[in-house]
Design a protein around this ligand. Structure first.
Ligand code: 13P
Ligand code: SF4
Length: 297
C-alpha cells in the first residue's frame, strides 16, 4: 500500500504534508514532516496541484487559507482538535465586545471562523514573538490558556484576556507527572511543549514547539531526556538518536485524532480525492489575512 501511495502521489502531482504527531509510517510517505508553523509555510509555497494533509482539520484548513487555488485533502474527516473546538466565533465576538481595545491573537489550533475575527495568528513556536510584535497593551489570546500563560510571562507589560481552553492531552501532563519522571530519571533534562499543564513549563529545561523540542534534544550534550509532548516525538527521537535515551513524561501521551492518519486512509483519500477542505467564502479572506500576517512576521 505504501508503494501504491507513492505511485498515486506522482500521478496526481500531490504534496503529502504530515504533522510530527502522525504515526511514523506516515512520516515515511510524506514529502515533509514538521510542526504547525513549518507545515503552514510549506503549504503556502506548494506548487503541486494537490495537497494531502496528514494532520488534523485546523492544519488542513490553514493550508487551504494560505494556498486557496490548490485542492487540499484531509484524509480522515473526523481528525479534529478538541482544543480548537473550545473557542467559537460567537464566543470570540462576545469577548471582543467586552475588551474593544484589545488586539486578538489566535493560536492556529482554531477554526477558520475564529481566525477570521482575529488580528493575527500564532503557533507554539512563534507565539511570544507574535505578541511582542504588537503595539497593543491589551491582548485577547485564544484558545489555549497554557500557551497564553507562557506568552504572558514573556510579555509582563501587557494585559491578557484568556478563555478556559486547553489541549486535553498536553494539559493532563502536570507538575506531579514531571516530578515523578524526574525522580525516576534524575539525570534527564526535561523538554516541554507550552500546551502542558499549569506549572509544568517552569520545571522544564526547555519549553518550545515540537520542532523546538526535537532540535533541543539533537543539540544538547545531555544523554537522557524526559519528553513532555506527544509520544510520536519520543519514538522519533529514540530512532534518530539511539545513543541517547528518551522517556515519555507520562503514560498515554497520545493524540488520538492524529493517530487516525493511517496509510490506508491516505491511500483512499489520494485515490478518490475525498476529504476536500471547502471553506465558506465569507471567512476566507479575513481568516487568510490573520494567517498571512503571522507568516510575513
Ligand atoms: P506544534 O506547533 O508544536 O506543531 O503543535 C501543534 C499542536 O497541535 C500541539 O499539540
Ligand atoms: Fe489538538 Fe492536543 Fe492533538 Fe495538538 S495534541 S492536535 S492540541 S488535541
Amino acid at each position: 500500500m505504501k508503494d501504491a501511495v507513492l505511485k498515486l502521489k506522482k500521478e496526481k502531482n500531490a504534496l503529502i504534508l504530515a504533522h510530527y504527531y502522525a504515526p511514523l509510517e506516515i512520516w515515511e510517505l510524506a514529502d515533509f514532516v514538521g510542526d504547525s508553523l513549518e507545515l503552514s509555510r510549506k503549504a503556502a509555497a506548494a506548487k503541486e496541484d494537490l495537497i494531502v494533509f496528514c494532520g488534523v482539520r485546523f492544519m488542513a484548513e490553514s493550508a487551504k487559507l494560505l494556498n486557496p487555488t490548490k485542492k487540499v485533502l484531509l484524509p480522515v474527516a473526523d481528525a479534529g482538535c478538541p482544543m480548537a473546538d473550545m473557542i467559537t466565533a460567537e464566543k470570540l465576538a462576545e469577548l471582543k465586545k467586552l475588551h474593544p481595545e484589545a488586539a486578538v491573537v489566535c493560536y492556529v489550533n482554531s477554526s477558520a471562523a475564529v481566525k477570521a475575527l482575529s488580528d493575527i495568528c500564532c503557533t507554539s513556536s512563534n507565539a511570544v514573538k507574535v505578541v511582542s510584535s504588537l503595539e497593543a497593551d491589551e491582548i485577547i489570546f485564544v484558545p489555549d490558556r497554557n500557551l497564553g500563560a507562557h506568552v504572558a510571562k514573556h510579555n509582563p507589560q501587557k494585559k491578557f484576556h484568556f478563555i478556559d481552553g486547553y489541549c486535553p492531552i498536553h494539559n493532563a501532563c502536570t507538575v506531579k507527572d514531571l516530578e515523578k519522571a524526574k525522580a525516576l530519571h534524575p539525570k534527564a533534562l526535561v523538554a516541554c511543549h507550552p500546551e502542558c499543564g499549569e506549572g509544568a513549563p517552569a520545571l522544564s529545561d526547555y519549553v518550545g514547539s515540537t520542532t523546538g523540542i526535537l532540535d533541543f534534544c539533537r543539540k544538547s550534550e545531555g544523554k537522557e531526556f524526559i519528553i513532555a509532548t506527544e509520544l510520536e516525538i519520543v519514538l522519533a527521537l529514540q530512532k534518530e538518536l539511539p545513543e541517547k535515551t528518551f522517556y515519555p513524561a507520562k503514560e498515554g501521551f497520545l493524540c488520538e485524532d492524529m493517530k487516525k492518519n493511517t496509510v490506508k486512509a491516505l491511500f483512499d483519500a489520494l485515490k478518490e480525492e475525498t476529504g476536500e477542505i471547502l471553506l465558506p467564502p465569507e471567512v476566507l479572506t479575513s481568516a487568510a489575512r490573520a494567517l498571512e500576517r503571522m507568516i510575513n512576521l
